[in-house]
Design a protein around this ligand. Structure first.
Ligand SMILES: Nc1ncnc2c1ncn2[C@@H]1O[C@H](COP(=O)(O)OP(=O)(O)OP(=O)(O)O)[C@@H](O)[C@H]1O
Ligand SMILES: [Mg+2]
Length: 369
C-alpha cells in the first residue's frame, strides 16, 4: 500500500537559543540530528512525551521553520532551494491540522469563509459561486451538513470543529496532511470518529498522513509506521504492528506500559515513566534515556547508541536491545489494553458505514440549524 518516499528529513537539527532567568544563555536542540522518511500513502505516527520535539520536527518537515542543520525533501526536491512561488505551490501539497481547531479558525469568519480562504489563496475555484459549491462539498465530505458554511466556529462542538479543520486542509487537494495532536483535545468517543474520518479521507484521496501524538494508544489503530522520539531524537522506528507487538527500545516499552490497561492483570513489571524527562537544555550524556532506563549500564552513560542497522524493517537506538529482548522484558501482553478502544472504534466504523448515506448523522445536531 505504500510507495515511494514522498517526504524526507535528513539529519535535521533545530536549536532554539535563549537565556535562562539567571541570564545564562541556554540552547535547546529540540530536534537533534533526526532522519526520517515518509512513504507515499502511509500513515506515519510520531510519538513521545511532551517536549520531546514532535511539533518542532513536524514544523521542520513542512518547512514552517528553518532547520539549524539538515535538509527536507518533498518528492525529491530540497525545500530550502525553492523560490517563494514554488514554495507556495508546495504549500498546496502539504497541509496541517492542529490540536485545537478553535485556535486555528478565525472566530469572526463563517466556516464557509475559513474553508474558502485556501481556495482563493491557491487560485482554486476563483469564481465565487464555484468556490461556495466547493466549500459545501468539502463540508459534506467531512460529515457536516452543507449549510454549516453560514455558521461561526463557536456554534460547533470540538469534534465538529476538527472536521472543519480537516475540510480546510483538504481544500487545496493536498498530497500529504500532517496532524499535530489532532485528537488530543477531543473526548475519547469523538477521537474514534475523527480517526475514522481521517482513514476515510486518506483512502478516498490517496493521501499520506503524518500524525503527531503523545499517546501511543491513540495512534495504534491508524498508523502503518511509528517513530518514537525521546529528547529530540528518534529512538525507535518501524512498522506499527511490529512496534506494538514487540517494542525493542526500553523507552517504547515504557510508553506502551503507560497506556492505561483494561485490567491490572495486563500490566507488566517493565519500565514505567514515573519520573519527569530530563531538561532538554542539558540532555544526559551517552544514551539520553539512561537516567530513566531500568536496563542502563556504564556504557549507556558514556556512549550514545547509534541506530542498529541489523534489523531490516526496524530502527532502534539502544546498546542492549537484543539482550533485553532475549530476556523477555518486552511487555507484549501490555500491547493489548486498548481492546476497549478497538471495540469502540469497530462500533463507530460499522455505525458510520450504516449512516454514510446521510453523510452527517454522527453529528451532534443540537448545534445545527
Ligand atoms: N520557539 C521556541 N523557542 C524556544 N524553545 C522552543 C521553541 N519551540 C519549542 N521549544 C522547545 O523545544 C522543545 C521541544 O518542543 P516541541 O514543542 O517540539 O515538543 P513536543 O514534543 O511537540 O511537545 P508537546 O507534546 O508538549 O506538544 C521543548 O523543550 C520546547 O520548550
Ligand atoms: Mg507539540
Amino acid at each position: 500500500m505504500t510507495g515511494e518516499v514522498i517526504l524526507e528529513g535528513a539529519a535535521l537539527t533545530k536549536a532554539f537559543g535563549g537565556k535562562t532567568w539567571l541570564g545564562k544563555s541556554s540552547v535547546i536542540r529540540a530536534v537533534d540530528n533526526v532522519s526520517v522518511k515518509v512513504f507515499e500513502g502511509e500513515t506515519l505516527a510520531i510519538v513521545g512525551e511532551s517536549g520531546c520535539g514532535k511539533s518542532t520536527l513536524a514544523r521542520l518537515l513542512l518547512r514552517l521553520i528553518e532547520p539549524t542543520a539538515g535538509e527536507v525533501r518533498f518528492e525529491g526536491t530540497e525545500l530550502s532551494a525553492l523560490k517563494p512561488h514554488a514554495l507556495r505551490t508546495l504549500r498546496r501539497d502539504m497541509q496541517m491540522i492542529f490540536q485545537d481547531p478553535f485556535a486555528s479558525l478565525n472566530p469572526s469568519m463563517t466556516v464557509g469563509a475559513s474553508i474558502a480562504e485556501p481556495l482563493a489563496l491557491h487560485g482554486i475555484a476563483p469564481a465565487r459561486q464555484a468556490r461556495r459549491e466547493k466549500v459545501r462539498q468539502l463540508l459534506v465530505q467531512v460529515g457536516l451538513p452543507p449549510e454549516a458554511d453560514a455558521l461561526f466556529p463557536h456554534q460547533f462542538s470540538g469534534g465538529q470543529r476538527q472536521r472543519i479543520g480537516i475540510a480546510r486542509a483538504l481544500a487545496s487537494s493536498p498530497k500529504l496532511i500532517l496532524g499535530d495532536e489532532p485528537l488530543s483535545a477531543l473526548d475519547v468517543s469523538v477521537q474514534a470518529q475523527i480517526i475514522n474520518l481521517l482513514a476515510d479521507i486518506k483512502a478516498r484521496y490517496s493521501l499520506t498522513l503524518v500524525i503527531v501524538a503523545h499517546d501511543l494508544g491513540m495512534v495504534r489503530h491508524m498508523s502503518d509506521r511509528v517513530a518514537v522520539m525521546y529528547l529530540g531524537q528518534i529512538v525507535e522506528m518501524g512498522p506499527a504492528d511490529e512496534v506494538f507487538a514487540a517494542p525493542l527500545h526500553p523507552y517504547t516499552q515504557a510508553l506502551l506500559n503507560s497506556i492505561p490497561a483494561a485490567h491490572p492483570r495486563f500490566r507488566s513489571a517493565a519500565a514505567r515513566l514515573t519520573t519527569e524527562p530530563p531538561n532538554p537544555a542539558s540532555p544526559p550524556a551517552g544514551c539520553r534515556f539512561h537516567t530513566r532506563c531500568p536496563h542502563a549500564k556504564a556504557v549507556c552513560e558514556e556512549t550514545a547508541p547509534a541506530r542498529d542497522p541489523a534489523l531490516p524493517s526496524r530502527e532502534v537506538a539502544c546498546h542492549f536491545w537484543k539482550e533485553i529482548a532475549n530476556a523477555g522484558a518486552t511487555p507484549l501482553q501490555d500491547a493489548e489494553p486498548s481492546k476497549n478502544f478497538r471495540r469502540r472504534l469497530d462500533l463507530f466504523r460499522s455505525r458510520s458505514e450504516r449512516q454514510s448515506t446521510t453523510g452527517y448523522s454522527l453529528l451532534d445536531k443540537a448545534s445545527m440549524p
